[in-house]
Write a protein that binds this ligand. Sequence first.
Ligand code: CU
Length: 121
Amino acid sequence: MTTLISRIRITALLCSISFSSLSALAGETKDAGGGGAMENRIEIKDFAFNPQTIKVKSGEKITWVNRDEEPHTVVSVEKQFKKSSALDTDQEFTITAGAPGNYTYFCSVHPKMTGTTVVEK
Ligand SMILES: [Cu+2]
């Protein structure tokens, strides 16, 4: 009887130890993510999108930031996402990648500026 009780106690103790180390691990994993979801950044500089082609997963965010002194826009050729307003210097524009496919886009102020986001499942 005593043995049984002490066994139960030991089991309970072990359980609580492994439980707390599990949650510690989970906490670490969360922290390692560091400030959130995958960020896909495209810089607009010298009248070009950089990188010109970017691969992302559906559901991820894509952010454009204008590093030029000129205003630029981000407009989907096939209207696959809402177009940006004219971005001033250091202004950002973010979309969430939707359905898989190639999203070609351009700058409506300088239509020769083009880029592609390849959205994968
Ligand atoms: Cu432009």
